[in-house]
Ligand binder design. Structure first.
Ligand SMILES: [Zn+2]
Length: 98
């Protein structure tokens, strides 16, 4: 395999692997609270202590991966484009980040 062939083959392989990760585990740890759901503080003696509730993940400690979010948006667009008009009108709108 020449270097050019490798340069062509590696990005689709990385994309495929990321797609498999998003399919197998669509939720990742919140990057702000690192999956705890709250911030970590220390008390005056230096011992770790529970801090404020995480507002980004609302205390769940999880976030939707970017690839899964793109997949959900594509699926929602496909569903809206192909749904019957009555079903389309009855559908509740969800915020774009869900
Ligand atoms: Zn969080």
């Amino acid at each position: 395999m020449t270097p050019i062939e490798a340069a062509i083959a590696i990005p689709p392989a990385i994309t495929l692997c990321y797609g498999l990760v998003c399919a197998g585990s669509p939720l990742g740890d919140c990057r702000k609270c690192r999956g705890f759901g709250f911030a970590m503080k220390t008390d005056r003696k230096g011992r770790p202590k529970r801090g404020k509730h995480c507002r980004r993940c609302d205390g769940h400690g999880k976030r939707i991966r970017i690839g899964r979010r793109l997949f959900n948006a594509a699926r929602r667009t496909w569903h809206d484009a192909t749904a019957e008009p009555a079903a389309r009108a009855a559908r509740k709108d969800t915020p774009p980040w869900r």
